[in-house]
Design a protein around this ligand. Structure first.
Ligand code: FMN
Length: 190
């Protein structure tokens, strides 16, 4: 496992960045060869959850590589067959929609498209307030798509945010192992 190359892509669900970084650290500790990827939004937006520059730096420190953050930087992932797995965690409603509908106007969507061209697995960690509303159809399409797997997920606040779903980041390592073997980690919901 240790020599497997994983692209770890982060999109703009800023409230889950700390969990994503903890997950990335755990993958580094397990010995995976990690390539950091960020959407333009996550690469450039300061929010109340932290400064973009700090997240970029931490991604680079953990992986020992510069962040891929443009479509041009992400494109060679396909022709060079650079990666064994692409993880998108957190994956926003916005990025879920692009992946479901074949829109490739962000570095993360480009990384996934380039990688899927090689018939290799993609693992999505959903984090969006409308997963059981506007994004539900897109998640449904992706559940039915080849080579797409999900980190197990659940409702994070059913009372206040009844349509919100967030991936269980603590199950990332097992989900990675399963996706690399072409399997969906179960149970997927809970
Ligand atoms: C503070 C903040 C938190 C956000 N959290 C989420 C979130 O948890 N899930 C989500 O789908 N979008 C969230 N968004 C909206 C996305 O950042 C926005 O849709 C963006 O266009 C996503 O682009 P990307 O998918 O290319 O990263 C948030 C935006 C802000 C400013």
């Amino acid at each position: 496992m240790a020599n497997k190359r994983i692209g770890f892509a982060v999109t703009g669900s800023f409230c889950t960045f700390e969990k994503a970084l903890a997950g990335l650290e755990e993958l580094a500790r397990l010995g995976y060869d990690l390539y950091p990827i960020m959407s333009e939004t996550s690469y450039a937006t300061d929010t109340r959850f932290g400064k973009a520059e700090d997240f970029r730096r931490r991604m680079e420190e953990i992986t020992g590589r510069q962040v891929i953050h443009t479509i041009a930087q992400a494109e060679p992932i396909g022709p060079k067959a650079l990666l064994d797995l692409v993880v998108v965690a957190p994956c926003t409603g916005n990025t879920l929609a692009k992946l479901a509908w074949g829109i490739t106007d962000t570095p993360v969507a480009m990384a996934v498209k380039a990688h899927l061209r090689n018939g290799r697995p993609v693992l999505l960690g959903v984090s969006t307030n409308d997963a059981l509303a506007g994004s539900a159809k897109n998640i449904g399409m992706l559940l039915n798509a080849k080579n797409i797997y999900f980190i197990p997920m659940g409702q994070d606040d059913p009372e206040k945010k009844p349509a919100s779903v967030v991936a269980h980041f603590d199950r990332l390592p097992q989900a990675v192992e399963a996706a690399l073997a072409g399997k969906q980690l179960q149970p997927m919901l809970g």
